[in-house]
Design a protein around this ligand. Structure first.
Ligand code: MG
Length: 160
């Protein structure tokens, strides 16, 4: 049985917080605002995994109304979600992620992101694709108001 899921997340840039993207700490003058570490890339991936299996989304699973998720490292949440899904028999065929960001330049960080995400999922890097693009200056993302991340994940499970 195959199941596909997609996830989308946007976080605004904010001063005074570190920039976490794809599980990697990136040197930049602003980070992403959020209840957790603001890692929109990991959040999109979590929603793709949850969506593929028909489970409630990240906002319901880790509500921002709950203090215990404040400042949580998103890769920890990803590993927790994936632990549950893999215990239920799901395997990751592959995930493919696209990040839309006017800044900073992300190309140098993509190998580290693939490594961090694959580690959280307990899988090989060749199953986790990450690419980055810009909107060529168009719109709020083009003005670097924030970062958008989109994820697609294909899961499989042996039929009962
Ligand atoms: Mg988010």
């Amino acid at each position: 049985m195959l199941r596909i899921g997609s996830g989308l997340d946007v976080h605004a840039f904010a001063h005074g917080v570190p920039l976490w993207l794809g599980g990697v700490l990136i040197e930049h003058d602003r980070g992403l605002a959020g209840h957790s570490d603001g890692d929109a890339v990991v959040h999109a991936l979590i929603d793709a995994l949850l969506g593929a299996t028909g489970l409630a989304d990240i906002g319901q699973r880790f509500p921002s109304s709950e203090d215990r998720w404040r400042g949580a490292r998103s890769t920890t949440l990803l590993a927790q979600v994936w632990g549950e899904l893999s215990s239920a028999g799901w395997q990751l065929e592959n995930a493919d992620l696209t990040i839309v960001a006017a800044e900073p330049r992300l190309a140098p960080h993509i190998p580290d992101m693939r490594s961090a995400l694959a580690a959280a999922l307990g899988t090989d890097q060749d199953r986790v694709g990450v690419k980055a693009t810009t909107t060529d200056g168009v719109g709020a993302l083009g003005r670097a108001d924030g970062v958008l991340a989109h994820a697609v994940a294909l899961l499989s499970r042996a039929s009962a």
